[in-house]
Write a protein that binds this ligand. Structure first.
Ligand code: NAD
Ligand code: IPM
Ligand code: MN
Length: 355
């Protein structure tokens, strides 16, 4: 029987608080379902590591974690100490690009009993996936700063869309849509204003749609799309977007389901040539770090996605079910969801439900 090797990287801020809860629940599910997992812990990809070593990760980081079956990861970023673009381009964005994790898969789901900030919404009304392009687009290193500190100073940063890059994320999204009961795909665009890359994106969507005649599809400009997330979240099933649009939509979606603290994600290399990274959508939350009140559900749900990705469907499902049952009880929820449980109490509750 296979033993999975998971690289564990807790990062900064509340990452260090939610990670133990994620591991607690993974261990409970592994025990219950007879899944053999081994966790290797790494301290890099954090401000502490940077302070000691002057870089975010060791030079041989790829050898250290590149052979693992998956990476269980949490927030990087401590803006009071180090500029965000330095810490993120030195860690998370490196993982995504170097491990070719071109799919960023982010579910959005209103859970039973959890109040939505949107009026009169019930579970089932909000249940969709954001499929975010994760290796190119607006997140590019093409550009620069010229004539610094003069009146002629200017900066540019190019959006890069490759045919391979656009087509592979669209194919993934259409396949996902095809596998779901509603078989509906929505594309996020802005081809009215961004006049070269976005019309290209639309063109590739249209071409890909021809290969999936069973999938109904539509597109919205990103401005009205964000409005429709709030006004009509029930319209959506699979929403595909470029790197930046997907980033924005995947905070807005979960906010409509009560809190970004429950939102999970998978940075996936579908071919399996490299390990995939599973992490919550939220960041290191310096404003609440150290208080023990962070919601651990995003971390725990990311663990469920990781087990599913590894093929351990039963173990993944039992974690997901335990999350649903925990969130249904107000006293087991953290403060961001109107409860009074602390991080550990919430994590323990999920682990007990799994058992
Ligand atoms: P953030 O997600 O850290 O926090 C935004 C707000 O949501 C804060 O008020 C925070 O308290 C709250 N929040 C976030 N997670 C929560 C949780 N689990 N439970 C309860 N409340 C929660 O976003 P930010 O403030 O924009 O970024 C802070 C730092 O995190 C920055 O350095 C940023 O670059 C970094 N960041 C990292 C990642 C990542 O590693 N994947 C993702 C997003 C942001
Ligand atoms: C996310 C985060 C990252 C992103 C940041 C921290 C670089 O916001 O994972 O959504 O923009 O991709
Ligand atoms: Mn984000």
């Amino acid at each position: 029987k296979k033993q999975y090797r998971i690289a564990v990287i807790p990062g900064d801020g509340i990452g260090k608080e939610v990670m133990p809860e994620g591991l607690r629940v993974l261990e409970a599910a592994a025990k219950k379902h007879g899944v053999a997992v081994h966790f290797d812990h790494f301290d890099f990809s954090s401000w502490d590591y940077y302070e000691k070593h002057g870089q975010m990760m060791p030079d041989d980081w790829k050898e250290k974690i590149g052979k693992h079956d998956a990476i269980y990861f949490r927030a990087v970023g401590w803006p009071a100490k180090i500029p965000d673009h330095v810490s993120l381009w030195g860690s998370l964005i490196k993982f995504r690009r170097e491990f070719d994790q071109y799919v960023n898969l982010r579910p959005v789901r209103l859970m039973p009993g959890v109040p939505s900030p949107l009026a009169n919404r019930k579970p089932g009304d909000i249940d969709f996936w954001v499929v975010r392009e994760n290796t190119e687009g607006e997140y590019s290193s093409v550009g620069g700063r010229m004539f610094p500190d003069t009146d002629r100073e200017f900066v540019t940063q190019q959006t890069v869309m490759t045919r391979t890059g656009v087509d592979r994320i669209l194919k993934f999204a259409f396949e996902l849509a095809q596998s779901r009961p509603k078989k509906h795909l929505t594309s996020a665009t802005k081809s009215n204003g961004i006049s070269i890359t976005m019309p290209y994106w639309d063109e590739r969507v249209e071409a890909m749609a021809k290969k999936f005649p069973g999938v109904k599809w539509d597109k919205y400009h990103i401005d009205i799309l964000t409005a429709n997330f709030v006004l009509h979240p029930d319209w959506f099933d699979v929403v595909v977007g470029s790197n930046l649009f997907g980033d924005i939509l995947s905070d807005l979606g979960p906010a409509c389901t009560g809190t970004i603290g429950i939102a999970p994600s998978g940075n996936i290399n579908p071919e399996g040539d490299f390990p995939s990274v599973f992490e919550p959508v939220h960041g290191s939350a310096p404003d609440i770090a150290g208080q023990g009140i962070a919601n651990p559900i995003g971390m725990i749900w990311s663990g469920a996605m990781m087990f599913e990705h590894l093929g351990e469907k039963e173990a993944g499902k039992s974690i997901f079910d335990a999350i649903e049952r925990t969130l249904a009880e107000r006293t087991l929820r953290t403060k961001d969801l109107g409860g009074n449980a602390d991080t550990t109490a919430c994590g323990k509750a999920v682990a007990e439900m799994v058992e």
